[in-house]
Design a protein around this ligand. Structure first.
Ligand code: KIV
Ligand code: ZN
Length: 526
């Protein structure tokens, strides 16, 4: 990027009426216990984030694993209209690796961080404040040698001592940081307290006008979005967030909630974002399908009930004037109310249209497979509800590009003492078969899978949920596996519960293969 472009961008960033949306679904979001994404899954999400108008996409933590490096690199190659960012600890090797991964990006940012709270410095980093301060200068200087766009974060910023925090921020800006991010790493802050912290920084750091203030709020007390909004009112101009609020522990501030809160209350927040809100539902569905993390029905903005009115008095009000109970229009988040009923005779065109209405846009190959599965489902099930299609498409999205796939399953079960399963899997393109006995059909099926994919992961959760009513309903099965402290979720949906279980188990194994590659980076080696 030329110096002129950099100036234009930083001027835009400083503009008082625009909030920069920094999405970290692919980095902090992927750190959610149980989540893991392949390179191609990350790329799909990144391209949708770009289409949505996200300003900065944090694509990963390049040094964390080969997979993270490739994901950052691939996103950097393909995304053109958003800045692509990689996280790096305050170590020169981390920063150089981030720069290497970002090399093909049209617009790149290195995001480097180090903890500044007494607790983190003493116990986690085992570094003196002086050493941390030096690391801030060295890391930002190194990052600036690779790009003009450098973000520095004070991890656990909300629990840091003010004098030390201000000194580190001033030095980071003097060394070339163009964005200063204040994380509430453990979700501890209260909204007014966090706003005061932002005001304090604006008042006390002499060169703060040379950088954009960003916030990164975790949701441990359910205050991630509230803290972010109060921080904007106090002068922050970048917000870090994730789709569906996924992230470490209780997650991060949810992008859809922040964006819609800004849009819905211009009287309190006169700023705007660049987000095309009509893509919100689509993004939520894609992230949920890829991670296997269901969105709770009452979740703000993207939950299945977010725009549903059941109480008679509400329905009556809605019929008279939608504004009585609706503060946002469903179409503004890309939710289309439709009467298009799907059944056995629906064609491919109607199917595609229906998926688009539900917020899905899938490629031609996935569409062909999904349509074939829809037809098979319509043969077994008289009425196909939206929930059926959502379960089917989520399953299809998860299954795309996976190393292990279920090809065939046959089970024998009933009152005999042992059940029996025979399964065919495709593993890295080659078909393999196995059979096994077990206590019940699920146990037998899982044993057969284990013969083909030997592993020691513990089955931490096995859950079945009927997608709709009726005995012909699809079963949506969730399987959680745990191996050496790492957890992964897999989901599968089928009218046959045992087949759905096999798909869910195999999906979890696919995710485990991705997760095994990741070495959890140590706190720091400055
Ligand atoms: O929560 C946090 O402090 C982070 C930093 C790396 C920004 O994710
Ligand atoms: Zn975080």
């Amino acid at each position: 990027m030329s110096a002129e472009q950099a100036n234009v961008r930083s001027a835009a960033h400083r503009s008082d009426d625009r909030i920069i949306i920094f999405d970290t679904t692919l980095r902090d979001g992927e750190q959610s216990p149980g989540a893991s994404m392949t390179v191609s899954e990350k790329l799909r999400i990144a391209l949708l984030l770009e289409e949505m108008g996200v300003d900065i996409i944090e694509a990963g933590f390049a040094i964390a694993s080969e997979g993270d490096f490739r994901a950052v690199n691939e996103v950097a190659k393909q995304v053109r209209n958003s800045v692509v960012c990689s996280l790096a600890r305050a170590s020169l090797a981390d920063i150089d690796r981030a720069a290497e991964a970002l090399q093909p990006a049209a617009q790149k940012r290195i995001h480097t961080f180090i903890a500044t709270s007494p607790l983190h410095m003493q116990f986690k980093l085992q570094m003196t404040p002086e050493a941390v301060h030096e690391a801030v200068i060295d890391s930002v200087t190194r990052a600036r040698s690779h790009t003009d766009d450098v973000e520095w974060s004070c991890e656990d910023g909300s629990r840091s001592e003010h004098d030390f925090l201000c000194r580190c921020i001033e030095s980071a800006i003097a060394a070339g940081a163009t964005t200063i991010n204040i994380p509430d790493t453990v979700g501890y802050a209260y909204p007014d307290e966090f706003a005061d912290l932002i005001r304090m920084i604006r008042n006390r750091v002499p060169n703060i006008d040379k950088a954009v203030i960003s916030v990164h709020c975790h949701n441990d007390l359910g205050l991630g979005v509230a803290n972010s909004l109060r921080a904007i009112q106090a002068g922050a101009r970048q917000v870090e967030c994730t789709i569906n609020g996924i992230g470490e522990r209780a997650g991060n501030a949810a992008m859809e909630e922040i964006v819609m809160a800004i849009r819905t209350r211009p009287d309190l927040l006169p700023q705007t974002t660049r987000i095309v809100t009509q893509h919100i539902t689509r993004a939520s569905r894609l992230v949920s399908a890829i991670t296997g993390f269901a969105v709770q029905p009452n979740k703000a903005i993207v939950g299945a009930n977010a725009f549903a009115h059941e109480a008679g008095i509400h329905q009556d009000g809605m019929l008279k004037h939608a504004g009585t109970y609706e503060i946002m229009r469903p179409e503004d988040v890309g939710l289309v109310r439709s009467n298009l009923v799907m059944g056995k005779h629906s064609g491919r065109h109607a199917f595609k249209k229906k998926l688009a209405e539900l917020g899905y846009e899938i490629g031609d190959n996935a569409l062909a497979e999904a349509f074939a599965r829809f037809k098979a489902l319509a043969d077994k099930k008289k009425e196909i509800f939206d929930e059926d299609l959502i379960a089917l498409i989520d399953d299809e999205i998860q299954a795309t590009d996976q190393r292990i796939k279920v090809v065939e399953l046959e089970v024998q079960c009933g009152s005999r003492p042992k059940s029996f399963a025979r399964i065919a899997l495709e593993i890295d393109g080659a078909q393999q078969r196995a059979e096994a006995e077990g206590d019940g059909p699920v146990d037998a099926t899982f044993h057969a899978i284990q013969k083909l994919v030997p592993h020691n992961a513990r089955l931490a959760l096995f859950q079945i949920h009927a997608v709709t009513e009726g005995t012909d309903a699809q079963a949506e099965v969730t399987v959680r596996l745990e191996e050496h402290g790492k957890t992964v979720n897999g989901q599968g949906a089928e009218t046959d519960t045992i087949l759905a279980s096999a798909r869910a188990y195999v999906m979890a194994l696919n995710k485990l293969l991705v997760k095994r590659e990741k070495t959890a980076p140590a706190a720091l080696s400055a």
